[in-house]
Design a protein around this ligand. Structure first.
Ligand SMILES: *Cc1c(COP(=O)(O)O)cnc(C)c1O
Length: 396
């Protein structure tokens, strides 16, 4: 089911014109025409650019789709998919959806009369029950952020088919190396290529891949009509990132599994969220629909306070405090104070984002070094908690 490294590497074409082994960057706005409308397949780089096209075809192949369409950000890719809808249409979206997608749906599209219902998609029945005659699009992420919930893509695709609506999967967290939603029945896949595709935390990009050509042509129309295209140089950077995607994902998964297992045994940790742990409620679904569990782990602390979490993120050395994920350097974030800050406390806690929840993006350092870093930070807060408790006991 997963993409083989040999196939991945050889799907990146050698330049037919010169034999260049690296894809050429066509840094040009326009293309000279022989006569009006007579050209070599390109006329203006917003409409089509050879470097961008190479990336688009490559990602379409990796996702086993017909059409790839590259945008200036993951959000621009999401935006292009929503543009398929019109006033009165409804979206059913996963409840712990990426914050930027929530903001786009709520603050931009609701005013155009597009309604969104948010449901827990880890039980497909919730989607089935939410479908109305106006539902046109089901939007899921699996795993989700930051609580790593898993949704059954095949079961949800069947509900989408039966309800004549489209299923779009944001496949950013898994990447096509681990999971190919179009093969499981989804109609559209989107990616924030800023994350694992780029892989080096040095660009912002987004991709849409459709299963069917016709749907791909519609989104390609919006790409050109609305203009949020990916630049030739950034397209080249994403291609270069993809060259090592297979290798990087393998290492991310390997280290993340070891780290999740370590965290699960540490006395200062309350709960670990990682689909690769058999204790994860949908571990069996993750195992059946993907060939690995990814590089993102969340966990909560026994001392479930914001202060302890903030102390923890100051204490880690290799895990750098930053938003985003999928790069070579390990990152740590505190969702309650960062990505989920705008959500009211009670609502945030109800969604499983506890005060002490921490999210790790496991990078490409040695797993044992990453574990040692987490261990010293956990031991420090554990020591302080014990000290605090013994002081309390002494004063009783
Ligand atoms: C980052 C992210 C996005 C948005 O992508 P940008 O490239 O930042 O616009 C969308 N979905 C998920 C799951 C993400 O992590």
């Amino acid at each position: 089911m997963s993409v083989n490294a040999t196939q991945l590497i050889h799907q990146i074409p050698v330049d037919p014109l010169t034999g260049a082994i690296s894809v050429p960057i066509y840094q040009t706005s326009t293309f000279v025409q022989e006569a009006p409308g007579v050209n070599k397949g390109y006329d203006y780089s917003r409409t089509n650019n050879p470097t961008r096209e190479t990336l688009e075809n490559l990602v379409a192949k990796l996702e086993k789709g017909s059409t790839g369409i590259a945008f200036g950000s993951g959000l621009a890719a999401i935006d292009a998919v929503v543009k398929l809808l019109k006033t009165g249409d409804e979206i059913i979206a996963v409840d712990d959806i990426y914050g930027g997608a929530y903001r786009l749906f709520t603050n931009v599209y609701e005013k155009f009369g597009i309604k969104v219902q948010y449901v827990d998609c880890s039980n497909p029945e919730n989607i089935f029950n939410a479908v109305t005659g106006n539902t046109k699009l089901i939007w899921i992420e699996t795993p989700t952020n930051p609580t790593l919930k898993i949704s059954d893509i095949k079961a949800i695709a069947a509900i989408a088919k039966a309800s004549s609506c489209l299923l779009c999967v944001d496949n950013t967290f898994a990447s096509p190396v681990l999971q190919q939603p179009l093969s499981l029945g989804a109609d559209i896949v989107i990616h924030s290529a800023t994350k694992y595709f780029g892989g080096h935390s040095d660009l912002i990009a987004g991709i849409v891949v459709t299963k069917e050509k016709e749907l791909g042509a519609q989104i390609k129309y919006y790409q050109n009509a609305c203009g949020a295209v990916l630049a030739p140089f950034d397209s080249w950077l994403v291609i270069r990132g993809i060259e090592t995607l297979h290798l990087r994902i393998k290492q991310h998964c390997h280290s993340a599994q070891a780290i999740a297992e370590f965290l699960a045994t540490h006395p200062a940790v309350a709960k670990v969220y990682y689909p690769g742990l058999p204790s994860h409620p949908n571990h069996h679904i993750a195992k059946s629909q993907s060939s690995g569990f990814g590089g993102i782990i969340s966990f909560t602390l026994k001392t479930d306070t914001e202060a302890t979490a903030l102390q923890f993120v100051k204490q880690t050395q290799l895990f750098k405090l930053a938003e985003s994920l999928g790069g070579i350097k390990s990152l740590i974030s505190h969702p309650a104070n960062m990505t989920h800050k705008s959500i009211p406390d009670e609502k945030r806690r109800a969604a499983g984002v506890a005060d002490s929840l921490l999210r790790l993006s496991v990078g490409l350092e040695e797993a044992e070094d990453l574990i040692a870093d987490l261990k010293q930070a956990l031991d420090t807060i554990e020591l302080q908690a014990n000290h605090h408790n013994s002081k309390k006991l002494a004063t009783i």
